[in-house]
Design a protein around this ligand. Structure first.
Ligand code: SAM
Length: 311
């Protein structure tokens, strides 16, 4: 492992962490990749991970879910948040994937998680589900509108019934940061991002050429109204949480649950009925399987999917 010589300084960060997370912090692996692309000062690095775990725990609680059994950190980087998931859910099967092979190799070696390299082609990404929880931190914040829709669809399809996608987005809080100090984007693309946001709820521009990013990777802004439409446009999706500026003080977080009882009318033919039928089949296949933790909320969901006349 290519490690930074000094481990993360937990003693310096601990007073800044939420009190309920301090016992979990003491179980953290504090070794850091020498080339962690997310490295900042140690207090900030550890606080960002803690903040992610905080919103994940709130979203799981709102969704009525117990500790997840299978968790994917999608776009994990070199484990800024993954290490908190490992410490919080020691019994979970934890996985991570990212475009950067050196980062996923580091997470595998450091944390013993399943890890694989992802793809910039959204349709080609391997999710290796079904998972109970997918965390997607600062990934949608770099995609255009179509990319965000497609990646969310793919992630939702990789969850168990009752499973939860918790994803960060950039909205009004991030917009204020960029307006104030320009820390997210250099160059002259920012006005067009804001125009897209103001006109349709979603703005995006590629990073300027020459900064080392491929076309199709840049900075996005999405409004709460746009995210609500995303959540409610597909059947069987429950909008569990939509909160502004809750991750690291500037990231918005949206949590979507696979909830077939939110398919509007399961008996009307059409895409919604087909989606509900697909979920019913998945539940039937999962029952009795040891990989699916059948919990009280999930049993309720399963009962709702089957309906009274479906045995
Ligand atoms: C801003 S970084 C955030 C890393 C990590 N989530 C964190 O908060 O520390 C965004 C990450 O998303 C990854 N990423 C972008 N597109 C991806 C894709 N299609 N599949 C997997 N990872 C992706 C990038 O490689 C990068 O590591």
């Amino acid at each position: 492992m290519d490690l930074r010589p000094a481990p993360l300084d937990l003693a310096a960060a601990e007073p800044h962490l939420p009190a309920p997370l301090r016992p979990i912090a003491r179980r953290l692996d504090l070794r850091l990749a020498r080339r962690d692309g997310m490295e900042s000062d140690d207090v900030h690095y550890l606080s960002v991970g803690a903040s992610a775990l905080n919103v994940i725990r709130v979203a799981l609680s709102l969704a009525g879910l117990p500790e997840p059994g299978r968790v994917l950190d999608f776009g994990s980087g070199a484990g800024r948040v993954t290490r908190w998931l490992r410490a919080a859910y020691p019994d979970a099967v934890l996985a991570c994937c990212d475009l950067r092979p050196q980062d996923v190799a580091f997470c595998r070696d450091l944390l013993g998680v399943e890890a694989w390299a992802s793809s910039a082609d959204i349709e080609a990404i391997a999710f290796r589900g079904p998972h109970d929880l997918i965390w997607m931190g600062s990934v949608l914040t770099h995609l255009d509108e179509d990319g965000t829709r497609r990646l969310v669809d793919r992630a939702m399809a990789a969850l168990n019934p009752g499973g939860l996608l918790v994803a960060s987005t950039s909205g009004r809080a991030a917009r204020a940061v960029q307006d104030h100090d320009g820390s997210y984007l250099e160059g002259d693309g920012w006005p067009s991002v804001k125009r897209g946001y103001d006109e349709g709820g979603y703005g995006y521009v590629d990073y300027p050429a020459g900064e080392g990013f491929a076309p199709g990777y840049g900075i996005s802004l999405s409004s709460p109204a746009w995210l609500t439409r995303l959540a409610t446009a597909s059947p069987g999706r429950r909008l569990v949480m939509l909160a502004e500026g809750v991750w690291d003080g500037n990231g918005d977080v949206v949590a979507l649950q696979v909830a077939p009882e939110f398919a509007r009318d399961r008996d009307v033919p059409g895409p919604e009925a087909r989606e509900a039928a697909r979920l019913r089949d998945r539940v039937a296949g999962l029952e009795g399987s040891t990989s699916w933790r059948v919990t009280a909320p999930m049993r309720r969901i399963a009962a709702a999917i089957k309906g009274p006349d479906r045995g």
